[in-house]
Design a protein around this ligand. Sequence first.
Ligand code: GTP
Ligand code: MG
Length: 443
Amino acid sequence: MSRAIDVPDRSLVVLVGAAGAGKSTFAAEHFLPTQILSSDHYRGLVSDDENDQGATDDAFEILHSVAEKRLSRGLLTVVDATNVHKHARQGLLRLARRHHVLAVAIVLDLPETVCVRRSTDRPDRSIRAGVVRRQHKDLQRSLKPLREEGFHKVHVLRDESEVNSARVRLNPLHNDRRHETGPFDVIGDVHGCRQELETLLSELGYHLNRDSSGRAVDAHHPDERRALLLGDLVDRGPDTPGVLRLAMGMADSGHALVITGNHEDKLVRALRGHNVRVSHGLAESLAQLDEAGEGFRQRVLDFCAELPVHYVLDHGNLVVAHAGLPERYHGRASRRVRVFALYGDTTGETDEYGLPIRYPWAREYRGKAVVVYGHTPTPEPEWENRTLCLDTGCVFGGKLTALRYPEHEIVSVPALRVWSEPARFPGAAAPGTNTARPTREEQ
Ligand code: GTP
Ligand code: MG
């Protein structure tokens, strides 16, 4: 039986094990030579002697800088060093975080006797048995805490047969849908406006499928187009369950792709019983979902909790994220990427209304992909560089808007009424004004 070791194809793989554990052998078997950065190799490069421990600092300096260059290109990178000490692993985890890639640890926890025998037997190594034993002990002490250090996954191989039967499986990240070329109908923030969503889908040429009670449970397009929902399906509007029922049905049948918005993110936390501030329409959603029954609530939680924060589509030519995404985060995965995709980049400062001042990422966007997003209500969708915001404030009485991709045609339907007043500021409020923007508390 072979054992699969799943590794995201854009990640930093950190090998961990005492000398003689078989790290270099494992690396050579499962990865390309250019993917492997070995501390011994760099020690050799800077000192002509792979065993020269005095060259360690210089060797790691170069190893880190090569890793840095590779990760900035999003290339799989494998670090072949003992990494039995926390500070060594932390330096690598920082590197992964800085480049918004996941870090995976593959631990070769072979018996001490095996490591000692193998390293002392080697003619090309001058490592003492005592050193190997100490590394082995350090590793044992590391094993438990290792899981909490920030690795996306920790794989531990305990003996020769486990090592020999291991098979590394490289997987694309969930956000990597470059092979999906559309055509798509990208739809902005729905916020519980089920009727407008149904009208917009019909306008776009979709046929709605209804259950025996007349509720829309799916929609399909005769030309195999797919809807791409930009998040914030929920809250504020009259029928959050109805919107979710349709979106989930379309996602299940492959007729739609859905990403999460900040409102789904918060809804998930609320449904899990976490302590969140129930504001900005969340109370109405929770009440509506209570009415829809426990089974439906659970289905909503499972669905929303699994939604990605962004997709890279059409050979990298289209990126969707609820609050937009600068190019350096496309196809990456980290907490920072998540926060940006959900909430946009706030500078931490607030304006005279106490609303967050945003970093104008779209104004500075020079990327190759078209980025389509929602989140910030605007009266008309307007291209800025290659970015387009499709949130036209339907729930605030604006309209619900779609972009036909790749045609780049805009299709909108007007809101049936003002479903929610952007009530924070007296006298404020047509869609598109600053007041409709989410505030810091929403984060
Ligand atoms: P350092 O670079 O010193 O930290 O060790 P390492 O963990 O990279 O171990 P390496 O892959 O160099 O293996 C150490 C020795 O064990 C080498 O002589 C390998 O040929 C041998 N070796 C590695 N894996 C196996 C194995 O599965 N079986 C056997 N019999 N020998 C192995
Ligand atoms: Mg080695």
